[in-house]
Design a protein around this ligand. Structure first.
Ligand code: V47
Length: 381
C-alpha cells in the first residue's frame, strides 16, 4: 500500500506499531485497546502511515489522491441561547447588548448580498436554543431558502437544537425532522456532540442532551433517509481514552444506521469562556485525533479538517494523517472566532484549491452529500 521505503519503516520488526499496519491492510477492525496503544505512541510518522494506509485501502484507486471541499455559507440565525456550555463564547443572554436575532427576511437578504451565491452548494445552519425561534421559524426559513436558492442543500440544526425544538413544541423529534425535511432540510451537521464522556459533560455542558440522545437523533435522521456528520470537540479536559470512546460510539452507531458521511475532530479555543486554556490541544494531538479517527472509523467514508479551527497549514499536514476533506469556503464563522481562533473568516475557492494542490493532492469540489461538482486536476485547474 505504501511506497517501499515507507513500508520498510512501518513493517520493520523493531517498530511496535507494525502489527497494526498489517491489520489495516487486511481490513481488520482496530480495537479500543489497540487504539489506545497507537494513540500513546510518539512515533508520529508511523501513526500517519497507519492513518494514510487506512484511508488508501478504503478508497477506490481512481480517487485516492482526491481531497474534497465544499462551497458553503454558514448561517447562525441567533446567538441567544438558553444552554450554559462552559466552552461557548458565542452564546449571549436575551438582554445582552451583543445579542442578535435574524428574521427569515434578514437571512435571505444576507445571502443575497453574497456575490458568489449562485455558485453555493451548501448552507450550514446552526444557532442557539431560543424559544422565539421554534419549529415555525425554521420551517419558514428553510422554505424561504429553498425558494430563493433552490440549488443550495440545507445542512441544518444539530441534534441538540432538534431536541430543543421538539421539547418546545411538545412533539417527538421524529415529527420535527419530518416537518423540516418537507420544508427543505437535507442533512444534519455534526455539531453539539462535544465529548460524549458523561464525566466531561457534567463539567462543561451539563444541560446538553446526553450522548445516547445525540446518537439516537442522528440514527432517526439516517432512518428517514437523511445523512449527517459527527464531531468531537477536544480540549475540554478529556483523556485520550475518552476521545477514543467517543469515536467508537460513532462507529457503533454507524454499524446500526449507516448515515454518517464525515467525522470532524475539532479543537477548543478559550477566549471569552470558562474552560481552562491549559487543556489546549498541541499540534501533535490534533494530528493524532485525525489519525485515530481514520484508523477506527472503518465505516465512515470521510474525515474532515475544519481549517477555521486548525489553520491552513495544519490542515495541509492533516491530509497525510487520514483527512480527505477540508471544510469549506464558510464565508463567515462566528463560533470559533468568538473564542479566539485567529484564522480568517472565509477562504475563496481559489485559496482552497491552491491549499490542497500545494499539499500534493487533487482538489475536488463536492456538494454536501459528496456528489462531485468539479475535479481540479491539471486538465481542469
Ligand atoms: O458544535 C463551541 C464547537 C461546533 C467552541 O457538520 C467550539 O460539516 C472551538 O460543528 N472552541 C460547531 N469550538 C462547528 C461544527 C462543524 C464545523 C464544520 C463542519 C461541520 C459539519 C460542523 O463548534 C460546536 C462546538 O462543538 N465549539 N465552542 C470553542 N470555544
Amino acid at each position: 500500500m505504501a511506497t517501499a521505503l515507507v513500508e520498510d519503516y512501518i513493517t520493520r520488526p523493531s517498530n511496535p506499531l507494525s502489527r497494526f499496519y498489517r491489520k489495516i491492510v487486511e481490513g481488520e477492525r482496530i480495537s479500543r485497546e489497540e487504539a489506545v496503544e497507537i494513540y500513546q505512541s510518539y512515533d508520529l510518522l508511523s501513526i500517519g502511515i497507519l492513518a494514510d494506509t487506512a484511508r488508501i485501502v478504503r478508497t477506490p484507486e481512481a480517487v485516492r489522491n482526491h481531497v474534497y471541499w465544499v462551497h458553503n455559507f454558514h448561517i447562525n440565525p441567533t446567538n441567544i441561547c438558553e444552554a450554559n456550555c462552559r466552552f461557548c463564547s458565542f452564546k449571549k443572554g436575551p438582554k445582552s447588548p451583543f445579542a442578535y436575532v435574524m428574521s427569515v427576511d434578514d437571512v435571505v437578504e444576507m445571502v443575497n448580498k453574497y456575490p458568489m451565491k449562485d455558485e453555493l452548494s451548501e448552507f450550514h445552519v446552526v444557532s442557539g436554543l431560543y424559544d422565539q425561534q421554534g419549529l415555525a421559524y425554521y420551517r419558514d426559513l428553510f422554505v424561504a431558502l429553498k425558494k430563493n436558492f433552490p440549488h443550495v442543500h440545507i445542512k441544518g440544526l444539530t441534534a441538540v437544537e432538534l431536541d430543543y425544538i421538539a421539547k418546545l413544541e411538545g412533539i417527538p423529534v421524529e415529527e420535527v425532522l419530518t416537518i423540516l425535511k418537507e420544508a427543505g432540510l437535507g442533512s444534519l451537521p455534526g455539531g453539539g456532540a462535544e465529548v460524549f464522556a458523561e464525566r466531561v459533560r457534567q463539567l462543561v455542558c451539563v444541560d446538553k442532551i446526553p450522548a445516547a440522545e445525540w446518537l439516537r437523533i442522528h440514527g432517526l435522521a439516517h432512518q428517514m433517509g437523511m445523512q449527517s456528520n459527527a464531531t468531537l470537540l477536544a480540549g475540554l479536559g478529556e483523556t485520550p481514552e475518552e476521545r477514543i470512546d467517543h469515536i467508537l460510539a460513532i462507529r457503533e452507531q454507524q454499524d446500526k444506521t449507516g448515515g454518517f458521511m464525515t467525522f470532524i475532530p475539532l479543537n477548543c479555543y478559550y477566549d471569552n469562556n470558562a474552560v481552562d486554556a491549559s487543556n489546549a490541544l498541541t499540534g501533535v494531538e490534533n494530528l493524532k485525533n485525525f489519525a485515530i479517527s481514520r484508523i477506527l472509523l472503518d465505516n465512515v467514508p470521510h474525515i474532515k479538517s475544519f481549517w477555521i479551527h486548525i489553520g491552513e497549514k495544519l490542515s495541509q499536514v492533516s491530509l497525510s494523517f487520514g483527512v480527505d476533506d477540508i471544510d469549506g469556503t464558510v464565508v463567515q464563522e462566528k463560533i470559533a472566532h468568538a473564542a479566539g481562533t485567529d484564522t480568517s473568516q472565509a477562504l475563496t475557492k481559489a485559496e482552497l484549491i491552491n491549499m490542497i494542490h500545494k499539499a500534493g493532492k487533487i482538489p475536488v469540489e463536492r456538494d454536501t452529500v459528496y456528489n462531485i461538482i468539479r475535479v481540479y486536476d491539471s486538465v481542469n485547474a
